[in-house]
Design a protein around this ligand. Sequence first.
Ligand SMILES: Cc1cc2nc3c(=O)[nH]c(=O)nc-3n(C[C@H](O)[C@H](O)[C@H](O)COP(=O)(O)OP(=O)(O)OC[C@H]3O[C@@H](n4cnc5c(N)ncnc54)[C@H](O)[C@@H]3O)c2cc1C
Length: 408
Amino acid sequence: MNLQSGSYHWPTTLPVAPFYPSLEEDIACDVLIIGGGGSAAQCAYYLADKGLEVAVIEKGRIASGSTSANTALIQYSGEKMFTDLIHTFGEEYISRHLQLLREAIDDIEAASKTVEMDTEFTRRDTLYLASCKEDIIRLEKEFELLKHHGFELELLTQKEIEKKYPFSRVAAIYSYGDGELNPFRFTHALFDYAAKRKVRLFENTEMNGHHYDKQEKCMIIATKSGYTIKAGKVIFATGYEGTELKKEKKVSFVSTYTVTTNKVNDFSSWYNRTLIWETARPYLYMRTTADNRIIIGGLDENTTSAKDRDSMLMHKKDKLIEELKNMFPELDVKPEYYLAGFYGGTKDGLPIIGIYDEYPDSYFLFGFGDNGTVYSQLLAKIIATEILEGDSPNMALYLQDRPLLGEK
Ligand SMILES: Cc1cc2nc3c(=O)[nH]c(=O)nc-3n(C[C@H](O)[C@H](O)[C@H](O)COP(=O)(O)OP(=O)(O)OC[C@H]3O[C@@H](n4cnc5c(N)ncnc54)[C@H](O)[C@@H]3O)c2cc1C
């Protein structure tokens, strides 16, 4: 899959990234993690130092997939409002999901404090703007629901928004407890942590086949360079490319665009350097970075042709900068890095753990959706708990065949 194209800011923040050897022999392990992006790193983090032999293979370099395009707003709210998710799944189901999302953000923060490398994780408040008058009621309902579930947030009026920011909208939810990070550094930091705890990492090692050995009761994974890996369990953390190994009907893709600006000297007009997004679909979103840049993204297009996606990049780059200047006219911003990429979501709004008959003893981690980093943290923990303890009470919530309301 041609995941994305353009220029990348995150790798420049770690110019001498750790590197790992390629696999040059047959090996055996208790758990094999396939993929070297953020999701695989989150799995490796949970499985390190737990008395299991764990190996990781990545077909290219660590964090070279969609992890390097990730704008890394770390939020619990996603494209589908929780009020809508309750219609699909029911209140009890979504209340557990909300609790797990909150825990996943806490876990990302805890992991960032545990690892040796700086992941640039920072807690941030979020401003969720009503894009038009018609969305005020939906925003109010979402506010009431989240308040009821114990989330700390406020409903801002137009006047209150205008007091805090140089732009105006009819209403917004101002919420606490979200965050931001540098996904390239986060991924390297978690792998570095795992590698120092005996997890074996192999870059430039591509899986190109598999079968199940019934006698030995293990998966045999073949690599492109001709070696095999015997694994008791396999986690496919292969990102969007995982859908090429196993088609998943609940998944769909769009094309999306992001721009990272030059460094900005003065953020005094950007109240608390909040994460900002809106109720429109597709939506615009923005954040600031540790090195004082702005990332703005959105303007999604309904195409899965890489050629069509890329042909719109220059126009989208200009449009994103224009949108940013409309909101913060006094900021002197220029695009320094910009890219076009595929963006995976699920039709019902929840991420997926895929367990399929043709891949015995395996888990597909499809942390798809706007909050991929948070979802992947949540799913990685569930999969690790299942492997380490034989069962996870939360697994059923995210299986590909989860029960919809009325089917329970
Ligand atoms: C433009 C954009 C903006 C985003 N913004 C946000 C955001 O603000 N907040 C958020 O939470 N999420 C966001 N996301 C989502 C986030 O980027 C993803 O959730 C995250 O990057 C997924 O990481 P991953 O490890 O699953 O996938 P990847 O980073 O793609 O990693 C998968 C890895 O598997 C490897 N691989 C594939 N096949 C094989 C094979 N056969 N053998 C060996 N290795 C293989 C690939 O080389 C790749 O490195 C965004 C995504 C995009 C594209």
